[in-house]
Design a binder for this molecule. Structure first.
Ligand code: NAP
Length: 281
């Protein structure tokens, strides 16, 4: 599995990771087996949040990483309403407990909120100094918010910006990706399969994906991942609750798309107009 930098200060991380949103709704045994199969296949970046299942998903992730913590990159997120200085420290402690670990690899602010960003970042930096997190980042930040974070923290501190990015929602390519590339911030693409609303193979862009997939004996999901992860700055975190889906996603690492195929996909899923901020749906 190809590794990429998780920002300037962060750990090296596989370009395909594993999301966990709504995993509390699936069978716990199956989900734990799926996450572990993913780790075995190199999908060692696991993304979770205190929000997911109100902490229940962090407990599931804790079960999946038990006994193999050192081989996994664990990312969690503080909710904006908890992201005061003290609230961030408290939230981190609770996440560590639920995850059954003494440290997070990267800790994110889930989206911009009412607490001053400087307070959240001060808490993140103190958590780094205490060894409770290795690095920190943000999520759902547009370029104005990224500018603010950079002005507070300085270069080389923001590991990533986790943002919505799938074939039918490419808005981050206009400004957010170039900003992150200029400042060595990894872009983590969430909902890479459109949160389950994947293009139908019977029409339009979905048909293009299906044709390219067939030519490679691959799945359209693998083709989508390859396109989204086509730049060094981009990481992906598809969520899969079954071993079958995890294996399918991991196999995207071996898929190679040529320039003509990338151009075809680009045309089939047009970039769209520039807009203010970042989309979240
Ligand atoms: P997603 O990864 O775009 O799509 C998940 C859906 O795709 C599930 O229905 C899953 O089915 C299905 N799937 C996965 N692999 C498949 C395959 N190879 N073939 C067919 N179907 C497949 O959706 P997401 O959960 O919204 O996004 C991924 C992760 O990003 C989340 O889990 C979360 O960790 C993160 N996220 C972050 C934010 C944020 O604000 N920072 C927001 C949303 C999401 P099964 O579950 O049945 O396998």
């Amino acid at each position: 599995m190809e590794n990429r930098p998780f920002g300037v200060g962060g750990p090296a991380v596989p370009w395909i990771g594993q999301g966990t949103w709504q995993m509390e709704e699936a069978d716990r045994g199956e989900v734990v087996a799926a996450l572990r199969r993913g780790f075995d296949l190199g999908l060692t970046h696991v993304d979770t949040a205190e929000m997911y299942g109100r902490g229940a998903v962090e407990e599931v992730v804790g079960e999946a990483i038990a006994g193999r913590r050192d081989g996994v990159i664990v990312v969690s997120k503080v909710l904006p309403q908890n992201a005061s200085y003290d609230g961030t420290l408290r939230a981190c402690e609770k996440s560590l407990q639920r995850l059954g670990t003494d440290r997070l690899d990267v800790y994110l602010l889930h989206w911009p909120g009412r607490h001053p960003l400087a307070d959240t970042i001060r808490a993140f930096e103190d958590l780094v100094a205490q060894g409770k997190i290795r690095a920190w980042g943000v999520s759902n930040f547009g370029v104005e918010e990224l500018d603010e974070a950079l002005a507070i923290a300085g270069e080389g501190r923001i590991a990533c910006n986790q943002v919505l990015y799938h074939l039918e929602q490419r808005a981050i390519e206009h400004e957010v990706v170039p900003w992150c590339e200029r400042h060595g911030v990894a872009v983590v693409a969430y909902s890479p399969f459109g949160a389950g609303s994947f293009p139908s193979p019977r029409r339009g862009g979905g048909r293009v994906l299906a044709e390219i997939a067939a030519a490679h004996d691959a799945s359209p999901y693998q083709v989508a991942l390859r396109f989204l992860g086509r730049r060094e700055s981009l990481l992906t975190i598809p969520k899969a609750s079954s071993v079958r889906h995890v294996e399918d996603n991991a196999a995207a690492d071996a898929l190679e798309l040529d320039a003509a195929e990338l151009v075809r996909i680009d045309a089939a899923f047009p970039l769209g107009r520039k807009r203010r901020g970042v989309p979240t749906v």
